[in-house]
Design a protein around this ligand. Structure first.
Ligand code: ZN
Length: 458
């Protein structure tokens, strides 16, 4: 609703700034200035912020005070010093979480948060308002690259129902509608009969953009294409977040909604990390975070262009600094810049979750996309899910397409799995559909055993 957007920008945000000292737009202006800096200036600015964070962490955060004297002798090279610190895995953090809380934090100012726990135990952590506002600022800046501004109407296609009672739900919907100009639709409660009603809701709300999980947007898009339904409105973009966006999903979403798909890359416990620009590249908010990529088996730093485990250091979460936090994603940084005018460094690719990586009986890492790639080339199956329980024991769920199923495809698929993973047993089951996990996300490839259980052979 355009009038609501005007009200949000002209009245509500200035009021929040005045009364609650909200600084999101101030941080956004800072980021906007930074995006035109030259590479050297950007690096220098990031180095200064990292140095300040290390000063604070080694002085006030119990987990890091033992490194204080070492930091004193390496103050000139914060990036190098950071590499001397241990990698912080989620389980290591969970076991000692209170050690990461800054000693001089006012408990009243802490904001508690936790990850959804779609892959294992949820991780609980704290941040403060400025850190949250900096994430928000990064998101709004990313959206502004595509002509979307604060307060623009948005329909969220969300996977998981909110855990609220009726009164909370009404309050939540009111806030969403009038303070954020957002309408939330649950993609997983949707069936094909309700689809036209959903589309009418979207048409009536007149959003400028849609926002949702890749898989939620994808399942809605597939239903629309199957029934030949169009969105009936002109969208600036469809923003995909919270999950890897596969190329086939992007294609389906773009053709169903007749709008470009923008990828947003962030995590609750990692902040807003990168955003796709109009030239299609992912720019890293290097003013907000410091990223490293390491070999997931050895922890050795990798070069730009090489894919490995991502370590995030949030430069502004001073209440609970987590240095070299292993987020669980596999990515590659790019040695190249982009021609769009935004000078933030480029993230070459997001290659899925570490949990999507399989380990062969020879100790080699095999990407979950590998199975996706084989199956997408066959007409026999609509979709699938493969789980590695132990290095040599897997299960495979297949949703057959009864019209085009060929037993030979299944043999080829099993041969492909064994070619990649070695002499493994695969238990096959035919199912009607693959249900989403509790968080609402659908996963194609899941590894349940640690990456390091298999012997590593050179
Ligand atoms: Zn760009």
């Amino acid at each position: 609703m355009p009038a609501t957007g005007f009200w949000i920008r002209r009245i509500q945000w200035p009021m929040m700034e005045l009364l609650k000292e909200n600084r999101t737009r101030h941080y956004m202006a800072e980021l906007r200035r930074a995006q035109s800096l030259q590479t050297d200036a950007l690096l220098e600015s990031q180095r200064k912020k990292l140095g300040k964070l290390l000063d604070h962490a080694t002085r006030d955060v119990p987990a890091y005070t033992e490194f204080a004297s070492e930091w004193e002798t390496h103050r000139e090279q914060p990036e190098r010093f950071l590499q001397r610190l241990p990698i912080l895995s989620k389980s290591r953090f969970r076991q000692n979480a209170d050690q990461y809380l800054s000693q001089h934090t006012n408990p009243a100012k802490l904001i508690g948060n936790r990850t959804g726990g779609s892959t294992g135990e949820p991780t609980r952590f704290y941040l403060d308002r400025p850190a949250v506002e900096r994430y928000e600022a990064a998101r709004w800046l990313g959206l502004s690259w595509h002509g979307i501004q604060i307060g623009d109407p948005c329909v969220m296609i969300w996977g998981s129902p909110l855990e609220l009672n009726q009164q909370q739900e009404r309050r939540h919907r009111w806030k969403e509608r009038w303070l954020k100009n957002r309408l939330i639709l649950s993609a997983y409660e949707l069936d094909t009969e309700q689809l036209p009603a959903y589309l009418r809701l979207i048409q009536r709300f007149q959003p400028v953009y849609l926002y949702g999980y890749a898989s939620a947007l994808h399942s809605l898009a597939e239903m629309m294409l199957e029934r030949g339904l169009s969105p009936g409105i002109q969208l600036k973009a469809v923003v995909s977040t919270a999950e890897s966006l596969h190329a086939h999903q992007r294609q389906t979403i773009e053709s169903a909604f007749e709008a470009p798909v923008i990828n947003e890359y962030g995590a609750r416990d990692g902040g807003m990390i990168a955003y796709q620009c109009p030239s299609g590249r992912m720019h890293i908010f290097s003013e907000n975070c410091f990223l490293e990529v390491v070999d997931p088996l050895t922890g050795i730093p990798l070069y730009p262009g090489e894919t490995g485990a991502l370590l995030v250091t949030d430069l502004h979460n001073s209440v609970m600094p987590r240095l070299r936090y292993q987020l669980g994603d596999m990515i590659a940084l790019s040695p190249q810049s982009c021609d769009c005018g935004i000078n933030f460094p480029v993230l070459e690719k997001i290659d899925g979750r570490e949990d999507d990586m399989f380990i062969s009986t020879h100790g080699k890492i095999v990407h979950g996309h590998y199975f996706n790639h084989i199956i997408r080339g066959m007409d026999s199956f609509r979709t699938f899910q493969i789980v590695q329980h132990e290095p040599s024991r897997l299960s495979l769920k297949l949703v057959k397409d009864p019209d085009t199923y060929l037993p030979a495809d299944e043999s080829r698929l099993l041969a492909g799995i064994q070619a990649a993973l070695g002499d493994v047993s695969v238990q096959v089951a035919y199912v009607d559909h693959i249900p989403p996990s509790a968080s609402g996300k659908v996963r194609y490839a899941i590894r349940e055993c640690p990456l390091t259980t298999a012997p590593r052979m050179e």
